[in-house]
Design a protein around this ligand. Structure first.
Ligand SMILES: *[C@@H]1O[C@H](CO)[C@@H](O)[C@H](O)[C@H]1NC(C)=O
Ligand SMILES: *[C@@H]1O[C@H](CO)[C@@H](O)[C@H](O)[C@H]1NC(C)=O
Ligand SMILES: *[C@@H]1O[C@H](CO)[C@@H](O)[C@H](O)[C@H]1NC(C)=O
Length: 394
């Protein structure tokens, strides 16, 4: 444990003529030290501050063990990460978290620094992408029940599992987030969100081994704009329907994003023989550039990896009010558009407009397949809509 400086500096904020004092707690340990205890202490003090306070992790590289920074706090808190915090490189079996920010109202995390999950050794022993039965690896950064928050200018590198998980958030804006892990790192979703209301992800770069952004059950009002994604598995709503007690999804907008060399593009996936019967509605993808993206537009209501479900029973998740508009670029395979909806609950009110997706492979040209859906088609349609309808024998 390094020297602790409870430096109480006066900061003057001039915001719309309003000024306030912020108490500041700066990590004083030298670069290379383990700051887990010191950071916990600094946060605990900051959390007791009656007015907005800041915890500063200066430039340098620090070790950081598993840590939970939880409120409720007496006033808003800023965490300024200027340096890099590094996780333990071991495989940390059975732990599901590394850094948790929880139950804080008025939260800001910024500063240009990075969370390095040191995932390399762990990826080699992880098999959660192949089976249900596996030991969980820690998610790098968890935001649990954070309200009125700004997260910006932060990087996440080499997470062992998901990079960022958002649960129970209200009014959170993430911008200029950089997420990096190798293309073949398993389960390293960039940002996973669920059971939250009013989250924005803006102007960010995500290059990882699994979904760039994945949206779980209970997500409401998510706005994604100006995100560059790839490599990775694209932007995905779902999978939904794997567990009971899931909640509806609604109000998801993805705009002005670029997907490059991703395994999937824009995807909605639900499990057959679903464990619940929810609705995912009002999901809109618009103004998207594709560069060599496999399965660019995909609704898959028969999502059943490793055949761990009963495909005979159609999905009971209802997909309603979905649109894909102004989506252009190149596909990495011939399946440019595939809308495979549930036989029991055909997709309702699906609109597709101004699609221009080219595929140049020998098995081309690109196709547009539909089952259990009658999309409303507008504008350009390359490939031609529902030119190769699939009839599923199930
Ligand atoms: C959302 O959170 C931001 C950042 O704390 C805050 O400035 C804004 O007023 C909040 N918006 C609402 C509607 O509460
Ligand atoms: C679209 O997103 C890119 C970042 O990918 C950004 O540079 C550009 O300004 C955005 N365009 C609009 C019209 O918002
Ligand atoms: C779908 O959109 C229509 C028309 O905007 C609206 O009336 C309906 O409530 C929406 N359905 C759902 C489930 O959101």
């Amino acid at each position: 444990m390094g020297a602790y400086f409870g430096v109480s500096t006066i900061f003057v904020f001039c915001l719309l003529g309003f000024s306030a004092n912020a108490e500041e707690f700066t990590i004083g340990s030298s670069s290379g030290s383990d700051i887990t205890q010191e950071l916990l202490k600094a946060f605990t003090s900051a959390c007791q501050s009656p007015s907005r306070s800041r915890v500063v992790i200066p430039k340098g590289e620090f070790k950081l063990g598993e840590i939970e920074l939880r409120g409720p706090c007496k006033a808003p808190i800023d965490i300024v990460l200027r340096g890099t915090v590094k996780a333990d490189g071991n495989t940390a079996y059975g732990k599901d978290k590394w850094v948790v920010f929880g139950n804080i109202n008025g939260f800001k995390l910024h500063g240009g620094g990075a969370f390095d999950g040191e995932g390399n050794a762990a990826w080699r022993v992880n098999n959660c992408h192949k089976t249900f039965e596996c030991k969980k690896l820690p998610i790098s950064i968890r935001f649990d029940f954070i309200e009125n928050a700004i997260i910006k200018d932060i990087s996440s590198i080499d997470a062992k599992n998901f990079h960022i998980n958002v649960l129970g958030a209200k009014n959170m804006t993430m911008s200029n987030i950089k997420i990096i892990a190798p293309e073949d790192s398993p389960n390293t979703d960039g940002i996973h969100l669920g059971r939250s209301d009013g989250v924005k992800i803006l102007n960010s770069f995500i290059s990882t081994g699994d979904d760039c952004i994945s949206v779980g059950d209970g997500m409401k009002n998510l706005h994604v704009e100006g995100v560059v994604c790839g490599p990775g598995h694209g932007i995905s709503v779902g999978s939904l329907g794997r567990y009971g007690m899931e909640q509806d999804v609604s109000g998801i907008t993805v705009k002005n994003c670029t997907l490059q060399s991703t395994d999937n593009g824009l995807r909605i996936k639900t499990w057959p023989s679903s464990a619940c019967s929810t609705t995912a509605s009002d999901i809109h993808f618009e103004d998207i550039i594709l560069k060599d993206v496999s399965n660019p537009i995909l609704i898959d209501q028969e999502y059943c990896p490793w055949n761990q479900c009963n495909k005979q029973k159609s999905s009971t998740i209802k997909l309603v009010n979905i649109s894909f508009k102004k989506i252009r670029g190149t596909s990495g395979n011939k399946d440019a558009v595939k809308l495979l909806c549930s036989k029991g609950y055909p997709c309702q009110n699906v609109e597709i407009g101004d699609i221009d997706i080219r595929y140049n492979g020998a098995d081309g040209p690109a196709t547009f397949q539909c089952s259990n859906v009658s999309p409303k088609i507008m504008g350009t349609q390359i490939p031609k809509a529902c030119s190769a309808p699939v009839t599923k024998a199930n």
